[in-house]
Design a protein around this ligand. Structure first.
Ligand code: F6P
Length: 342
């Protein structure tokens, strides 16, 4: 059986570890033949394939990014897109099925293609940890570690200048990165999309920390809304799946904090640094295990499903289970952290 592997959507530390895991087990245990698909669904649509052997994946578990390249291409768009064209392209290349490693947008496309007759198996990836069907996604732990390290650094410069530091982190419409990095770094306020907050409440916590002689640290998730805002701040247009590109809320609230509290305030947007570099040990192990279990699922012909983490086990779930609703931060987790605010 010949399998095409693709990585699609935003990249994520651990993608290469999945590729290594599935190719190692797939070739040695099951005699599968693999091809790499360049740049996500773009490579499927254009028939951009190359051989992927055991030799090509050596030493990859610690390497950031993706050796396959990625894009946010929608496989249903363009003259060569759509299930019928794609089925022909795969058949011409002798590819029996696709292993799609991606987040919400990728898995939604995978689900649609599978329902249209293409053999697709999924592996969830996202630094945002916003997929419902998996307890954790690889990439998240690395992003939290990077964000925590950045905030530790913001605290020392904030302390030196007695400034309020605002750190904006990624996460799209869920606040997992903000919550975990905020707790780890000892932030005085954590602003997440699930819990809108007024600017006055943020300032109350900032002032309380400042009055105790601390340099206030505010973590704000890119999808956070100040009470009264209709939707998350976006000034960068839409992506290929018509979703707004988020970011910039930190720069909006920092001057307001300074105006209301009188405390000099600076904002830092951590941005794509959170997705770069080597995966953490946790993410290497999780991604490798997902790859190994994906090899088993490929041999079983478990199309229309994805491998996922439940507790400490790797299980198989239908695409449908991962789609629709997001894995948001439950209120009790936010309230737990809120005891540390101010
Ligand atoms: O989904 C991962 C993510 O990093 C989000 O946290 C962020 O909003 C988005 O991707 C950024 O996308 P891009 O790389 O297209 O700017």
């Amino acid at each position: 059986m010949r399998i095409g592997i693709l990585t699609s959507g935003g990249d994520c530390p651990g993608l290469n570890a999945v590729i290594r895991g599935v190719v190692l087990k797939g070739t040695t245990a099951y005699g599968l033949d693999f091809v790499g698909i360049r740049d996500g669904w773009r490579g499927v649509v254009d028939g951009d394939f190359f051989p992927l052997s055991r030799h090509d994946v050596k030493g990859l578990s610690k390497v950031g990014g993706t050796i396959l390249g990625t894009s946010r291409t929608n496989p249903y768009e363009g003259p060569r897109g759509g299930a019928e064209n794609i089925a022909r392209t795969l058949e011409d290349a002798g590819i029996d099925g696709i292993l799609a490693i991606g987040g919400e947008g990728t898995l939604a496309a995978a689900d649609r293609l599978w329902k249209d007759g293409i053999n697709v198996l999924g592996v969830p990836k996202t630094i945002d940890n916003d997929l419902r069907a998996t307890d954790y996604s690889f990439g998240f732990d690395t992003a939290v570690n990077i964000a925590t390290d950045a905030m530790d650094r913001l605290r020392t410069t904030g302390d030196s200048h007695q400034r309020c530091m605002v750190a904006e982190v990624m996460g799209r419409h869920v606040g997992w990165i903000a919550l975990h990095a905020g707790v780890a770094a000892g932030a005085h306020v954590i602003c997440i999309p699930e819990v809108p907050m007024s600017i006055d409440e943020i300032c109350r916590q900032v002032t309380s920390a400042h009055d105790r002689g601390r340099a206030p640290l505010v973590v704000v998730s890119e999808g956070f809304t100040i009470t009264g805002m209709d939707e998350a701040h976006s000034h960068k247009g839409l992506d290929a799946f018509n979703r707004p590109r988020l970011g910039g809320i930190g720069e909006l609230i920092a001057p307001e904090i300074e105006r209301i509290t009188g405390i000099e305030t600076r904002a830092t947007v951590l941005g794509h640094i959170q997705r770069g570099g080597s995966p953490s040990a946790f993410d290497r192990v999780l991604a490798t295990r997902l790859g190994l279990h994906a090899a088993d699922a490929l041999v079983d012909g478990a199309w229309g499903q994805m491998v996922a983490m439940r507790g400490t086990d790797i299980v198989r779930v239908q695409f449908d289970e991962a789609l629709g609703e997001l894995n948001t931060v439950p209120l009790y987790r936010y309230e737990e952290a809120a005891a540390l605010f101010g």
